[in-house]
Write a protein that binds this ligand. Structure first.
Ligand SMILES: N[C@@H](CCC(=O)N[C@@H](CS)C(=O)NCC(=O)O)C(=O)O
Length: 285
């Protein structure tokens, strides 16, 4: 059953401004024109491990969408839920024709990049970074590394305090410990950045193909209509830019220039300004 645009919204999104997964969901909600309410979960003070939030998501992660009695964690599931349930009178972000599989394939390529690893590893590999921006300014790096090194302990404590979800959290603490060791390896970091290079090559090729009939006009990845793949690409570009990695992947003249053009133009969209606090007014919500 799909919902109509005129129904009163009872959607509630638990989110954090600087969470890339939250940004993806917020941009999706704005692009589709869906009304929603928000609840900020303060990740900096580890509010995600408080008992009230673990009852909503035992993994202690945002975003989570609550629609009446339905609780939907995980950005990928939320985006699918929104596309399935808000189709009547709302913009579709997946084409209805045979381009749908191409959109999903490219979106999955983008979504499977190790961007969490690249983000959390950045303060340990500063030689790669140039012109980092808020919220990843050089002055925040010590805070990020401290927060990273305390994570295992915080998750373990949450596991002890919340026996009903302790198995899930102890597994997360174990994964976190391995992650923490891998983060510090330059080889691992370089490999993660190379995976982004491969996907960026694909994206530049798609943009060249779709621009060839219309070089002056801006086109999205697959047509003149923005799709779910464009949202995944947009938040990825923001994150690379804020970390100080854009110089490795694109510029206006000699390195994947269509990605540069794409990024400049997508930043003008209202949904972008609503989703990325450093560019808009999301903090006022
Ligand atoms: N697979 C999840 C990942 C969500 C996720 O990693 N969220 C991060 C913020 S970007 C989080 O809440 N981290 C808090 C923590 O793990 O302590 C999704 O796609 O939504």
């Amino acid at each position: 059953m799909s919902k109509s645009q005129y129904e009163e919204s009872d959607l509630l999104l638990y989110f954090h401004h600087n969470s890339l997964y939250s940004q993806k969901v917020i941009m999706t909600l704005y692009e589709k024109g869906i009304n929603f309410k928000t609840h900020l979960v303060n990740l900096a003070s580890n509010e995600q491990y408080e008992s009230w939030f673990l009852e909503i998501n035992p993994l202690g992660e945002v975003p989570v969408l609550v629609d009446g009695v339905k609780v939907i964690p995980d950005s990928k599931r939320i985006i699918q839920y929104l596309e399935d349930n808000f189709s009547n009178g709302y913009k579709r972000l997946l084409p209805q024709d045979d381009r749908k599989l191409d959109v999903i394939a490219l979106r999955d390529d983008i979504d499977s990049l190790p961007i969490g690893f690249i983000t959390k590893g950045a303060p340990y590999h500063t030689d790669y970074l140039l012109n980092s921006k808020s919220p990843f300014l050089p002055s925040n790096r010590t805070f990020m590394m401290d927060a990273q090194s305390r994570r295992c302990q915080i998750i373990q404590k949450a596991a002890n305090d919340n026996p009903l979800v302790s198995d899930i959290l102890l597994d997360k603490a174990y994964q976190q410990h391995k992650f923490q060791v891998e983060l510090k390896s330059v080889q691992n970091y370089e490999l993660a950045l190379e995976r982004v290079d491969e996907v960026m090559n694909k994206i530049e090729a798609v943009l060249i193909e779709n621009n060839k009939d219309n070089p002056k006009e801006f086109v999205f990845l697959f047509s003149n209509e923005l799709t779910s793949a464009d949202i995944s690409l947009t938040v990825l570009l923001v994150r690379l830019d804020q970390l100080g990695l854009s110089h490795r992947y694109w510029n206006a003249t000699s390195l994947r220039p269509l990605i540069d053009k794409y990024y400049c133009q997508v930043k003008q969209r209202d949904s972008f300004k609503q989703s990325i606090p450093q560019y808009g007014s999301v903090a006022d919500r």
